[in-house]
Design a protein around this ligand. Structure first.
Ligand code: 4AZ
Length: 215
């Protein structure tokens, strides 16, 4: 996240850190969102080069500079990685993936990233408006914003940025929190009039149900 705004410990209990296993210590890869006791949704570009053996997820992580005894978290191994079958790395179309953990949640070079989980409020930007803003910024008039994307932000300094990929955009609707987006890409960070681009989760509900409900 581009501008500091610490979340509170435990405020976003579905937020997940995706880590690459390493002989020495785990290396942060991306964010993710716990969508049911066994599954984490993230961006395909985060996990496309990995198998389940390479990765683990950390649930409840809040401060990556503190050990588990200060701010408790749990870790899970990954039994399978499901990248959307139509993910295309060239354009990031269908930039969505699901990680299945080996067992359910009980419920309930890292230094260049911020340590404490951040939050920022970003307004959702209309699809056509976003397409025009991105065209004007850099991408040119033949750029078409794929319907599987949703934009948010566009206010100076308030944006997702490097390290946030795969993490959630959430909205509280009628007393429940919904995962509306998955951080995907953008043109720079936090520029006025340049929204960040998120995977539109609603566009992929059939596929998400297919992966999470049939096994
Ligand atoms: C990234 O590198 C990234 N401003 C994510 C979001 C945005 C830019 C970059 C949007 O993961």
């Amino acid at each position: 996240v581009y501008v500091d705004g610490d979340s509170e410990f435990g405020e976003y209990p579905w937020q997940v850190a995706i880590l690459k296993k390493d002989p020495k210590e785990s290396v942060y890869v991306c964010g993710g969102t716990l969508i049911d006791p066994l599954h984490v949704i993230t961006a395909a570009h985060c996990v496309k080069t990995y198998t389940g053996y390479d990765l683990r997820v950390r649930l409840g992580e809040w401060d990556v500079n503190h050990d588990v005894e200060f701010y408790p978290y749990i870790e899970r191994d990954i039994s399978s990685v499901h990248v959307h079958p139509e993910f295309y790395a060239g354009t990031l179309y269908n930039d969505i993936a699901i990680l299945r953990m080996d067992k359910p949640d009980a419920f309930g070079d890292f230094g260049k990233y911020q340590n404490i989980l951040k939050e920022v409020d970003v307004p959702i930007v209309n699809h056509g408006v976003c397409q025009r803003q991105l065209q004007q910024t850099r991408l040119g008039y033949d750029f078409q914003l794929h319907p599987g994307f949703i934009c948010a932000g566009g206010e100076e300094g308030k944006d997702a940025c490097k390290g946030d990929g795969g993490g959630p955009m959430v909205c509280e609707r009628g007393g429940t929190w919904q995962v509306v987006g998955v951080v995907s890409w953008g043109i720079g960070c936090g520029q006025n009039g340049v929204p960040g681009v998120y995977v539109k989760v609603a566009h992929y509900l059939d596929w998400i149900r297919q992966i999470t409900q049939r096994y």
